[in-house]
Design a protein around this ligand. Sequence first.
Ligand code: FMN
Length: 275
Amino acid sequence: MLKFSIDKQKCTKCGFCANDCLAGIINMNTAYPAIAAKQEVSCFKCQHCLAICPTGAISILGKNPENSQPLKENLPDPDRIETLIKGRRSVRQYRDENLAPELIQRLLDVAWHAPTGRNARRVMFSVINDKEAMARFREEAMQGLMRVVRENRLPAGMKFVAELVSLWEEHRVDTVFRGAPHLIVASAPKVGATPEADCLIALSYFELFAQSLGVGTVWGGIAKLTFNDLVPELRKTLGIPDKHLIGYAMAFGKPAVIYHRTVEQEKASIVYVVK
Ligand SMILES: Cc1cc2nc3c(=O)[nH]c(=O)nc-3n(C[C@H](O)[C@H](O)[C@H](O)COP(=O)(O)O)c2cc1C
């Protein structure tokens, strides 16, 4: 049931909802916009009808437009967004402190708004929101990597893993999670339309919003390699179902460093196609 309903006092029958409906199932040949029961199954649940209605007359999926945030005059200044994107840095030094649970929840709720192919919305976040739990997980991961090294199970070209394991063993230097107090791993069912892209986009949104709130992040390439290939038993600790593909991992927490300016990248590689 879509619970598509129209506030007849507010609806002006402008047709914007029908015109923007991806599935083309909103019918304007009725007194007010309507979706036939047999067409409900085609709905993408994108809520564009609710978002585009100028008067807030549409509710769908039990969502009341009054609970949505109005966009007019509430959007950030593009120059500041540009600075945020250019000023984002990979943080590899963290304070040994937990972030407030409400802050982590907010980051996850916002990242959850990232787009997904066919609006599947099947990304799952495995989150370590406590530094003691992270310390235990780090130890488990490092022990797993040590076993792989000791038992000569490192695949060709992965000698660097032996080096990072000895860095941990000898100096307690963590090059997998960079000493961060928290971790997020995004996974999604392999059978979906775009599971890997969905996970990467969600983590990109997470990262940028995090950095806007002073939370540092770093993409975990070695962490992903660890869960995916080298120590797959960690998937269980992370609660990742067998049917899921691991999109990526990201460590995060309060930075122990401050970046004062953006960096200057080389010119973008662009091909303008004119024909
Ligand atoms: C997919 C991906 C995987 C990465 N994996 C790691 C990693 O395992 N460890 C790490 O310290 N940084 C990792 N990084 C961060 C990059 O090294 C970093 O983006 C690059 O050095 C540029 O620095 P910046 O992010 O501060 O601009 C990764 C970045 C991406 C996009």
